[in-house]
Design a binder for this molecule. Sequence first.
Ligand code: ZN
Length: 305
Amino acid sequence: MTATRKRIELTEVVMRDGLQIEPAIVPTDTKVALIDQLSEQGYARIEVSSFVSASAVPALADAAEVFARIRRRPGTVYSALVMTPRGAARALAAQADELSLVVSASEAHNRANAGRDIDTSFDGFAEIALLARDTPATLCGAIAMSFGCPLEGDIPFERVLGLVGRYANLGVRSVSLADTTGMGYPTQIAALCEAALRRFPDVRIGLHLHDTRGLGLANVHAALGVGIERFDASLGGLGGCPFAPGASGNICTEDLVHMLELMGYDTGVDLDTLIALRPALENAVGHALHGHVGRAGPCHRLARA
Ligand code: ZN
């Protein structure tokens, strides 16, 4: 008898978080081809692009065209990052399945990233909730700098929990805590996640982790231990926030899937075909990718050899 493996929901963020910080602008055709290939991997969610100012993030200026041209796999949610009602209206017009809102737990980073204070961001989110109310699109919320900010230092747990509550008051039922510059560590991650799960039993809490200081997968392990079941990750570990000093790559999807599989979790993603996508992404960005398993090969492949 085989035990049912616990399902972990993965969001692939390479096309948004990954490409937004790359110096090379990847052609639209290449993005569409990559997303179509990612769609075949069985992800719960793919972050396709962001509807923000083209001058702020030129790499993602073709968001509407990308949404129009990708082949959507039933069962995968295609999401778009938005920060303002204007961006949300564009994302809805492009038929994004989900609008991913972003606020920062740090006022200084929110001003750098969104050009407004936190209260003004939430005023905009209330408008976005109204815009999305009569559409099929769902909303999810992210809280950048949940585990520390290079501009402000430590971020108190209560501030992060307060922002989860503000999202929940707008009807957002899925909130991701982001370690935007990789300042989180396992005991802290577990404690904040546990507090959020306890205080907001009706909100699905997820994690968006960066591996800036090598603690990415240790933080995943700590979060799994307190019951987190949703993680963002980036193929080849690409990514970073252009408006956060010292930001570097997200946790690498291949390494994450490999660890989760070894631990008996089901991600829905096939590791071998995922690794096979690396050369196409490498060509698109014009440099080598990050990650361990993509280079060393997964344990199961070595055992078969
Ligand atoms: Zn990120």
